[in-house]
Design a protein around this ligand. Structure first.
Ligand code: ATP
Ligand code: MG
Length: 391
C-alpha cells in the first residue's frame, strides 16, 4: 500500500499572484530534505500530495518528521492512505485506521471529517461522514460521537481519482519557503548566535550562503571544521549550501599593529563588511545577516552597529537584535547547533581582543584610524584568496 502525505501550506495561500513561484520553491525544498527517500509528487491543488511506496512505519515516521521540522512554508502534514473512490473501501480503511488509533491512544469520542474539493460525489460531505461514522461506530460501539472536540478524528479527502484517509495531523514550521526571498550572505562565526540568525532568516524565505572569517595559524583547523559543521546543520533546511572562507589574518594583524586598540572590534567588523561587499556583489546576495543582539557585548551597541552599517552596501539584517541570550540558546538547542557552537575553539575575533573596547565609536574617529591602513590592498588580497566550500 502507498502512503500519501497531505501537505498544507501556511502563508503561501495568501500570495495569490506569486502562488506558483512559492509552490515551486516549497516542492524543491521538500525533495531536498527527503533526499534518500523514494518520493513522488502526485498532485497539487492548493495543497501538495507526496507519495511513498512503503508500508514501513519507521519510514513513514521519518518522512513525516522531516516534512514537519525541516521545510519552511508548510503548515501541516498528514500521512494517510490512498483508497479507491468507493465508499465501502473507504469505510474499511477508516475502520482500520480507527483500530490502530484506539490501540495507541484509547480515545472515548470520535468524529469523521469529510472534504470533497471536486464535488464529484452525488452525496454531500455530511452524508458521507455520517455513513462512514456509522460504519466505524458499528465496529467500535464503546465510542461516542463528538463533533466539537473529539479525542479521535479520522479525515477523508475525496479527490478526483482516489481518496485519502488519515488520522494524524502534524504541525509544521510555517514561515516562507527557503529561496522565495532570495539569496543572502550569513556572517557565520563558530558562536551560538549566528547559526540561529541564519535559521530565522531561512524561516522568512532567505536562501543562505555563509561567510566565515578565520585567522590561520592563530585559529585552528578545528575551528574551521566547527563552522563547516554548523553550516551543514543549516543545510538541513535548504537544497545546497555554499560557504566562503575568508583569510582574515592580515586584516587583524594590521589593525593590531597600526591602529588604536580600543576600536579593534568595530574596525574588524568594518573590514569584514568591506570584504563581504565584494563577495556579495559577485555572487548576487540581496542582504547580509548577522547574529548581533543589541547590547549583548561591547561591539553590539547602536553606535557601533551604525559604524558597521555605513560600510555595508546591502541591508544588514539582524534577526536576533531583540532576543535575550536564553531565547537564542533555546532555538540553538532545538535546531542542534548549540552543542557544536560550545566546542572550545578560538574565534578570530576573540584572539586579539583589547581589554577595553570602545562601546560608542564615532565614524570620524574610525576613519582617522583607518587612514593608517592600506585598506584597498588588504581587502583585495582577502577577496582573491577566498576559499569556496560547496556542501
Ligand atoms: P556569535 O555567537 O554568532 O559568534 P557573538 O555573540 O559571539 O555572536 P560577536 O562575536 O561579536 O558576537 O559577533 C557578532 C556577529 O558578527 C556574529 O553573530 C556573526 O554574524 C559576525 N561574526 C563575528 N565573527 C565572525 C567570523 N569569524 N566570521 C564570520 N562572521 C563573524
Ligand atoms: Mg562570536
Amino acid at each position: 500500500m502507498k502512503i500519501i502525505y497531505l501537505i498544507k501550506y501556511g502563508e503561501l495561500m495568501l500570495k495569490k499572484k506569486n502562488r506558483r513561484f512559492f509552490e515551486d520553491a516549497v516542492i524543491r525544498n521538500c525533495f531536498a530534505v527527503l533526499r534518500g527517500h523514494t518520493v513522488k509528487k502526485v498532485k497539487l491543488f492548493g495543497r501538495l500530495l507526496l507519495e511513498t511506496e512503503t508500508e514501513n512505519e519507521a519510514e513513514k515516521n521519518a518522512v513525516t518528521q522531516k516534512l514537519a521540522t525541516r521545510v519552511f512554508g508548510l503548515s501541516s502534514v498528514s500521512p494517510g492512505t490512498s483508497v479507491e473512490n468507493d465508499l465501502e473501501k473507504i469505510a474499511s480503511e477508516c475502520i482500520a485506521q480507527a483500530r490502530k488509533y484506539i490501540a495507541q491512544h484509547s480515545p472515548r469520542t470520535f468524529k469523521i471529517e469529510v472534504r470533497r474539493p471536486y464535488k464529484n460525489f452525488a452525496k454531500t460531505s455530511l452524508q458521507i461522514a455520517s455513513e462512514l461514522g456509522s460504519a466505524v461506530w458499528t465496529e467500535f460501539q464503546h465510542l461516542e460521537v463528538d463533533l466539537n472536540a473529539p479525542d479521535m478524528t479520522i479525515r477523508v479527502e475525496l479527490l478526483q481519482d482516489f481518496s485519502i484517509v488519515y488520522s494524524e495531523k502534524h504541525k509544521c514550521l510555517k514561515g516562507l519557503p527557503v529561496g522565495s526571498s532570495g539569496k543572502v550572505g550569513l556572517l557565520l562565526s563558530g558562536g551560538i548566535d549566528s547559526p540561529v540568525a541564519g535559521y530565522l532568516a531561512q524561516k522568512r524565505g532567505c536562501y543562505l550562503n555563509c561567510v566565515y572569517f578565520h585567522s590561520p595559524p592563530h585559529t585552528s583547523a578545528k575551528a574551521k571544521e566547527k563552522v563547516v559543521d554548523l553550516a551543514r546543520k543549516l543545510l538541513d533546511y535548504q537544497t545546497k549550501m555554499r560557504l566562503f572562507v575568508v583569510n582574515f589574518t592580515e586584516s587583524q594583524l594590521m589593525l593590531k599593529k597600526l591602529t588604536d586598540e580600543q576600536y579593534f572590534v568595530v574596525m574588524g567588523r568594518r573590514m569584514m563588511m568591506r570584504i563581504v561587499n565584494r563577495i556579495a556583489k559577485e555572487y548576487e546576495f540581496k542582504a547580509i545577516i548577522t547574529g548581533e543582539s543589541l547590547g549583548q557585548v561591547s561591539s553590539q551597541t547602536l553606535e557601533n552597529m551604525h559604524c558597521i552599517d555605513t560600510i555595508a552596501e546591502l541591508p544588514v539584517l539582524r534577526p536576533l537584535i531583540c532576543y535575550d541570550k536564553e531565547e537564542t540558546v533555546e532555538i540553538a538547542r532545538s535546531i542542534g547547533t548549540f552543542d557544536i557552537s560550545i566546542l572550545p575553539y578560538d574565534d578570530c575575533c576573540t584572539l586579539f581582543l583589547p581589554p577595553n573596547p570602545n562601546t560608542r565609536s564615532r565614524i570620524t574617529e574610525l576613519e582617522r584610524e583607518e587612514k593608517k591602513l592600506d585598506i584597498g590592498s588588504i581587502v583585495e588580497k582577502a577577496v582573491q584568496t577566498v576559499e569556496i566550500i560547496d556542501l
